[in-house]
Design a protein around this ligand. Sequence first.
Ligand SMILES: NC(=O)c1ccc[n+]([C@@H]2O[C@H](COP(=O)([O-])OP(=O)(O)OC[C@H]3O[C@@H](n4cnc5c(N)ncnc54)[C@H](O)[C@@H]3O)[C@@H](O)[C@H]2O)c1
Length: 452
Amino acid sequence: MTTPFQISRRSFLRRCSATAAATGLPLWFVTRELEVAAQEAAAAKAPVAANDRPNLAQIGCGGMGSGDAQGASRKADIVAVCDVDENHAKALAARLARGGKSPAVYTDFRKLLERSDVQAVINSTPDHWHTLINLAAAKAKKDVYSQKPLTLTLDEGRHVVKAVRDNKIVLQTGSQQRSDRRFRMACELVRNGRIGKLHTVRVFVPAGLVGGPFNTAPVPAGLNWDFWQGQTPNVPYVKERCHANFRWWWEYAAGPISDWGAHHNDIARWGIGLDGPVAVEGKAVTKPVPGGYNTPSEFEAVFTWPNGVKHIAKTTLDDTPYGGIINQNGQRNGVKFEGSEGWIWVNRGTLDASKDEIYTTPLPASATRLEVSNDHLQNFLDCVKSRKDPIAHVEVGHRSASIGHLAGIAVRLGRALQWDPEKEIFTGEGAAEANPLRAREMRKPYDLSFIA
Ligand SMILES: NC(=O)c1ccc[n+]([C@@H]2O[C@H](COP(=O)([O-])OP(=O)(O)OC[C@H]3O[C@@H](n4cnc5c(N)ncnc54)[C@H](O)[C@@H]3O)[C@@H](O)[C@H]2O)c1
């Protein structure tokens, strides 16, 4: 008897060859997906019906949220959208309208979460809103695709992990590099000793913005500025604090450390294969302009991992095989793994190594292989059905966001700190100063009682 999978084996192999050609990755690496697909097909209880589209809701309809919702609308029905800026919510609803039907518009996520027809939400709000919305969604038993970094503080992470586990919801963090073959291959090669003993990981992220001082302005019509600020201190409206630029302020994010840093430090952690570092030191390389963006546009952080690996995260592209050359995306970013027998460099467009054999030689059958996902949203939707953990599940999101938070605290204090990744507390010298920064005071009414 032949299964549908066996029938399509030849075309699958053809697809693997095309993928290998398109990505420049070796065929031995890509064809493993054949085995994985066969295992998944065998494990699937029933074929997925063509009209088996879940109902989703989009919370946060700005730059990323619009992209997330439009991407998801190819695989699911977006039945509701929500934004504290009504203009954004209405614009996205209009863009998602099909056949005279458009998603319902909300300005308070708590109302949206009352809908019984919503299975899962996509949370693309600024970082300072991720946690309360994710906690409320978990309580309402909605699965969540939450943008990175998963949290604003170290302390929020444990709350989110507990809520996801207690309520048995599926949470995917929007760290989509985990669903990119190049990053998976780099991490698999590192984990299997292909560059010898790993000793250094260098993470390069684009610098943040320098700007200011900024003027206050009247709050634009349709924006609920108080709600937008949420848990953060109430300040007069400044355009440059709000949409898109929130990431350059400590109140709402942590600058480049937690923006691009959330992506590449996640890959560093994937390659290292451990929960968290045991020490961190940080410094601001540039000084923010008084009255302007208050996170340093340039920073340097050095982490020490329990296995002795040094992990250096910074905004200057030295020590890479590319010198100061900007990559094809026009962005200075990437991850370089260095071992006793060579190096591997990876970013969204490139995988390179000190010698070709590092990646052209197939890994042995006994090698440690990482989970396969080539489509981050599809991986989430599959897990919504299977109830399995997605590739960037809640603990992954929390632990990887923690790297940025640790760097942020070290940069703010400008000192070296010791971290206990098991207890998730600072220890030793400086701990008394650093431990209170694990959490932030939440402005009322936007504390836990807001979602009680
Ligand atoms: N995965 C990626 O590659 C990637 C890329 C860009 C941004 N992001 C992440 O996506 C998130 C959003 O970033 P952005 O660039 O789209 O920002 P943005 O400012 O363009 O959009 C955020 C939207 O959320 C809305 N919002 C704020 N508080 C809200 C609340 N309580 N309820 C509902 N809506 C609320 C804002 O009004 C705004 O429309 C950030 O966490 C960012 O780190 C991820």
